[in-house]
Design a protein around this ligand. Structure first.
Ligand code: S3P
Length: 186
């Protein structure tokens, strides 16, 4: 899998990780700190259909959603200079994974199962994937997805860190990477 020949400073940043880890909140902060535009792929899909994600699942089914998610995410991953948050299931699709890894810098936001469990109540109403499963099945899904998430350019564990702290970490590590690969000439 070849990286696209593009300046590393121009590559978009993609945030991946399980539902509710904070991809949107952290992505918005990173975008602000780097003066870049933020794109939440799920919000873009909702705009396209004029429906919420649960409504799309209900009316069209998960397979339809996944197909649309694939086209949308791959197209958005080809844009430069963006901060992009993708759906928690998106990176499971090989085409999405390959497109993000080839075109962008991919940050995996990890969280422990114990920490994530505390967030379940606030997530369940807006996440159809959780509604169809009991807690043991959600735990199984949580661990199963880690194999796909483990293919990334950089990983950091969120747990009890604030969104601000995580965003600062991402910005610092990006600046370090940019300087290392493409030092600015004075
Ligand atoms: C999903 C995660 C959601 C959304 C959809 C399916 C998943 O996005 O794409 O409900 O399969 O994990 P978030 O990760 O932003 O919650």
């Amino acid at each position: 899998m070849n990286n696209v020949r593009m300046s590393v400073r121009q590559k978009s940043i993609v945030l991946i990780g399980f539902m509710g880890v904070g991809k949107t909140t952290i992505g918005e902060l990173v975008a602000k700190k780097l003066y870049r535009s933020f794109i939440d792929v799920d919000q873009e899909i909702e705009k396209d259909f004029g429906m919420t994600i649960p409504e799309i699942f209900e009316q069209h089914g998960e397979a339809f959603f996944r197909d649309y998610e694939k086209k949308k995410t791959c197209a958005l991953a080809e844009q430069k200079l963006k901060i992009v948050s993708i759906g928690g299931g998106a990176f499971l699709q090989p085409e999405i994974r390959e497109s993000c890894l080839r075109n962008c810098i991919v940050f995996y936001l990890d969280v422990s199962w114990d920490e994530w469990k505390k967030r379940l109540n606030i997530l369940i109403d807006s996440r159809p994937v959780l509604q169809s499963r009991n807690i043991e099945e959600i735990e199984e899904l949580f661990y199963k997805r880690q194999d796909a998430y483990s293919i990334n350019h950089s990983k950091l564990t969120v747990n009890q860190r604030s969104a601000e702290e995580v965003a600062d970490f991402i910005v610092d590590s990006l600046k370090h990477t940019w300087d290392m690969y493409e030092p600015m000439n004075d």
